[in-house]
Write a protein that binds this ligand. Structure first.
Ligand code: GTP
Length: 112
């Protein structure tokens, strides 16, 4: 949120995701460094308008203050579980098998 040049790269990065990643990919925009309010270059409104226009999921974080850092990963996991339950995920046999990781409760997921 504190560096205009990074924000300006987003359209190009999204274009690369569209070009190289699967159509099924879920894109998350993480606006980091929200603790540095005085150095903010990207307004909340601008970030929200961009994410809405590009149809990407947007979250604000502060890595320094550990604020909202886990949320993007947990929300993404919930969305993948939701899509798997609806069988909308493509079965990609060439994908590596997941290794042991942290388990999350279905109950924490706010399915639509
Ligand atoms: N205050 C603060 N500093 C952070 C945060 N996240 C990373 N940093 C610091 O910011 C510096 C650069 O971090 P990077 O992750 O390399 O950020 P970057 O890729 O340069 O991102 P830009 O802000 O777009 O330039 C490092 O010194 C980090 O410790 C945060 O949430 N708050």
């Amino acid at each position: 949120m504190t560096f205009e040049e990074s924000f300006c790269c987003l359209s190009e990065w999204l274009r690369e995701i569209e070009q190289y990643a699967s159509n099924e990919v879920i894109t998350v925009l993480v606006g980091n460094k929200i603790d540095l309010a005085g150095r903010r270059e990207i307004s909340q409104q601008r970030a929200e308008e961009f994410s809405e226009a590009q149809n990407v999921y947007y979250l604000k974080t502060s890595a320094k203050e550990s604020d909202n850092v886990e949320k993007p990963f947990l929300d993404l996991a919930c969305r993948l579980i939701s899509e798997a339950r609806q069988n909308t995920l493509v079965n990609n046999v060439s994908s590596p098998l997941p290794r042991e990781g942290k388990s999350i409760s279905y109950l924490t997921c706010n399915f639509n």
